[in-house]
Ligand binder design. Structure first.
Ligand code: NDP
Length: 496
């Protein structure tokens, strides 16, 4: 087991410790299958203690002036930049993505923290006139309470940082459970906040399986909001409990994102961008461009150039120089991709490239799979409808733009979409008609900027994160009416 810079522990009420029954689970490097660390597997009592910690620190933290809360975030941001290489290294060791991609994710985390820290002196609301004389109305923001933050493994640094900073800035306290595949980078986040002066108990950290530890957070009535990113199936489960408890939620879920390549697309721009959208992080992105809908007139040219470009992608251990695509996260994830490739063949799609694992000594230790492209895919096929969450892209030919948009919308998901065209009218028409929360023109389906809202419609989620919505999510708005007339008011009936 490598010497790690991070100590796997629970953080409960500011105390770093093991699980109360001493149970552990292993976390492995997906590129080599080596054990990276043994992680505490929290019990239900540990989760309850974490919620106690969040409860007892709530009053003081929520009364701390927002600019003072922001100081903690600024210090976190500075530390992220200073320690970006160490953070990116753990991210790659644990998640598998190429080191350069990990660095970019760390920088996105920095951007988010700094963007939210500036809210410490904003968090604007409004003052309004009243219907009555000598009275003023305003809307003030109050914290929501204890926030349960439950996150996935594919962006294990940036996704928690979309959630934790705005939750703290809103004056809330937190119980944070990261994905069981990536608890180390999550613990580094918690350590960053602690070292930056966040008071004890404000950010509690529990690790362990979703169906136990996650459920214990989800089902606890003291938790006033759930902020979740993960699979649509898990999101449905969250929504059930949240609606029974009538609590706030943000759910960021799966995607099956279309990229339309119009007849007039500039392929020199489109091909490298679509490669990145489809295969970076080994296709394990909620925004991955997994359905490439190509207009008939450019289909043959696109297929030829795209499949050649896919074949030369450099796949390997993300810690090695020049690697573009790392492994899948687990053996189960690799097996899932393999089974979808078999399904695609049975469904009659044409396999253009990839379609198998690697059998060389180095890559067969990890969960690698060849970047795979299917052509002649019909949008009704399972490979075009299910979120495979791996390095598999499907090319679907469309007669014209109208049909391309119909195909784009024929899915249960609605997260991100893209169109490559030189025709502005066509671009704007597709932006208006495609049912997704995010739309790109002449860019792939990935590459969110944190000052804009992020999220999907349909089964891709409920609500948005980042942008101006971030603070909205983590505060309650209270309408306040102040009567400064000191005059007796008659009973108040409105007439028109
Ligand atoms: P999961 O839904 O399996 O897990 C996400 C988190 O929820 C993990 O921490 C998991 O714990 C936990 N969890 C699982 N079951 C429960 C439960 N019953 N109660 C409480 N918590 C639970 O998703 P993945 O981690 O596999 O992430 C991949 C998915 O995330 C993809 O579908 C992807 O599209 C989506 N995603 C969406 C994004 C968006 O913004 N729309 C962004 C990134 C990813 P454990 O790890 O222990 O199982």
């Amino acid at each position: 087991m490598a010497q790690l810079l991070v100590k796997p522990e629970l953080v409960i009420g500011g105390e770093h410790r093991e699980a109360s029954d001493g149970a552990i689970f292993e976390v492995r490097n997906p590129a080599t299958n080596e054990i990276l660390a043994k992680i505490p597997r929290a019990t239900r009592d540990d989760v309850s203690a974490a919620i106690d910690g969040a409860e007892s620190s709530f009053e003081k933290w929520s009364e701390t002036p927002a600019p003072e809360r922001a100081e903690v975030l600024y210090r976190v941001g500075e530390s992220i930049l200073r320690e970006k290489n160490e953070l990116a290294e753990i991210l790659t060791l644990e998640e598998g993505k190429a080191f350069s991609e990990s660095l970019a994710e760390v920088v996105e985390g920095y951007d988010t923290v700094m963007f939210i820290a500036a809210e410490g002196r904003r968090m604007w609301s409004y003052v309004s006139p009243s219907e009555q004389k000598e009275k003023i109305c305003m809307v003030i923001r109050r914290p929501v309470g204890i926030i349960g933050i439950i996150t996935p493994w594919n962006f294990p640094f940036s996704i928690p940082l979309w959630k934790i900073p705005p939750a703290l800035m809103g004056g809330n306290t937190i119980v944070f459970k990261p994905a069981s595949n990536t608890p180390l980078i999550a613990k580094m986040i918690v350590d960053l906040f602690e070292r930056s002066g966040l008071p004890k108990g404000v950010l509690n950290f529990v690790t362990g399986p979703g169906h136990e530890v996650g459920e214990a957070i989800l089902n606890n009535e003291r938790v006033k909001m759930i902020s979740f990113t993960g699979e649509t199936k898990t999101g449905h489960r969250m929504a059930q409990v949240n609606s029974a408890l009538l609590r706030k939620q943000v759910l960021e879920l799966g995607g099956k994102n279309p990229i339309i390549v119009a007849n007039d697309a500039d392929l020199d721009c489109a091909i490298p961008a679509i490669l990145y959208a489809s295969f970076s992080n080994c296709g394990q992105k909620c925004t991955a461009g997994s359905r490439i809908i190509v207009e008939k007139g450019i289909h043959a040219k696109f297929v030829e150039r795209f499949s050649k470009a896919v074949e030369v992608l450099r796949v390997g251990n993300g810690m090695q120089e020049g690697i573009q695509v790392g492994p899948l996260i687990t053996e189960e994830a690799r097996a899932k991709v393999e089974s979808y490739v078999s399904i695609g063949k049975e469904e009659g799609a044409t396999l253009l490239c990839g379609g198998s694992s690697y059998f060389d000594k180095e890559r067969s230790r990890g969960h690698f799979y060849k970047p795979t492209v299917f052509d002649r895919v019909s949008n009704t096929m399972k490979i075009a409808q299910d979120e495979i969450f791996g390095p598999v892209a499907s090319i679907i030919e469309a007669e014209n733009m109208e049909q391309a948009i119909e195909i784009a919308n024929d899915t249960r998901y609605g997260l991100s979409s893209a169109i490559y065209t030189r025709d502005l009218r066509s671009a704007f028409r597709s932006l208006a008609k495609i049912q997704t929360g995010i739309g790109y023109v002449n860019q792939g389906t990935t590459g969110a900027e944190i000052h804009l809202p992020f999220g999907g419609i349909k089964e891709s989620g409920v609500g948005r994160e980042a942008g101006e919505i971030a603070i909205e999510n983590y505060t309650e708005k209270k309408a306040v009416f102040i009567d400064y007339s000191y005059a007796p008011r008659p009973w108040f009936f409105k007439e028109k």
